[in-house]
Design a protein around this ligand. Structure first.
Ligand SMILES: [Zn+2]
Length: 313
């Protein structure tokens, strides 16, 4: 008899341990503990800074431009009414072209060629012309994307640092992550990089087969596109073809040259390990500044933000 009572008690105990009520009690106890409260006030300034960087990421996302040329196929598609009159009754719903600015409806051959030679086909079918204005446009998008990528990476590094400094019991992050961050006062950022997405799409006449070649304008695509544009512009022997390109490698080089130190206020990664540093054109590109080392400097996000505000004003 005692054996079965003990077994029953153990079973009840196990059910209780696994129960949400118990987790909830443990969670409240943790958040109210002196240890957690002390850590929370200890890192209050780190949290304030983190939240400012999160806002800064949102500013980059809002003010940046992430768009290039678009395909003209289907530009006037809304002016026509489409009807599928084929006698074959199989999946007619699939024989509908997708008319969007970044979608080019093409023959199977074009889709296959585009996946083999994406940069050339991107330029050809989405009217990305080999001229200086387009190159400036591509470089601008590339810079916005790189800047946003770095800032997002910086924010997640800060989050990880805050979490490891507070080091809550595992179940807190597993079950109550959202509450944990709100207790700490950290605003989480859900911003992702809006990589422009281009598509070559083929749909067979009956709608039964289709193939797609997709191209994301991420940093490596944009660098390849910039290089191709420069080659083509140079080939036309235009002086503008001599224009230097902004690349991830050049940005890295400038930061290294400046010893990861803001050239305006002097703050450095040595003093603040999670410092977000950016590479700035001393004379802005819009005013003819080039991406040459002598026109580039490392600035911390605060100084770059206030410089940006001055340039806009
Ligand atoms: Zn600074």
């Amino acid at each position: 008899m005692t054996g079965s009572v003990i077994a029953a008690l153990i079973a009840i105990g196990l059910v209780l341990i696994a129960s949400p009520i118990i987790w909830n009690i443990r969670k409240d106890r943790y958040f109210n503990s002196e240890q957690f409260q002390a850590l929370r006030s200890e890192i209050a300034s780190v949290v304030t800074e983190h939240n400012e960087v999160v806002n800064y990421v949102a500013e980059i996302r809002t003010n940046g431009s992430f768009e290039l040329g678009s395909s003209s196929s289907g530009q006037y598609a809304h002016l026509a009414t489409f009807e599928n009159n084929s006698t074959w009754n199989n999946r007619r719903d699939r024989n509908l072209a997708e008319y969007a600015p970044h979608v080019h409806n093409a023959s199977l051959q074009v889709v296959r060629s585009a996946s083999a030679d994406p940069i050339r086909y991107l330029m050809k079918y989405f009217s990305i012309k080999a001229d200086t204005d387009t190159l400036a446009d591509v470089q601008r998008v590339a810079e916005n994307i790189a800047r946003l990528e770095e800032a997002i990476g910086n924010v997640s590094g800060r989050e990880a640092a805050i979490a490891s400094r507070i080091n809550p019991p595992a179940f807190i992050l597993e079950r109550y992550a959202e509450q944990f961050w709100s207790q700490v006062g950290v605003h989480l950022s859900s911003i992702t990089v809006p990589y422009p997405h281009y598509k070559f799409q083929y749909t067979s006449a009956g709608g039964n087969s289709g193939q797609t070649a997709s191209i994301d304008l991420n940093t490596s695509t944009l660098e390849a596109l910039s290089t191709t544009l420069v080659e083509k512009i140079r080939w036309t022997k235009s002086a503008a073809g001599q224009r230097a390109l902004m690349t991830a490698r050049l940005r890295g080089h400038i930061k290294e040259r400046d010893r990861y130190t803001c050239q305006q206020c002097g703050i450095s990664v040595a003093a603040e390990p999670h410092l977000l540093l950016e590479v700035d054109h001393i004379i802005p590109v819009s005013k003819g500044g080039l991406s040459m080392p002598e026109n580039l400097q490392t600035l911390c996000w605060r100084c770059n933000r206030s410089k940006g505000a001055r340039v806009v004003a």
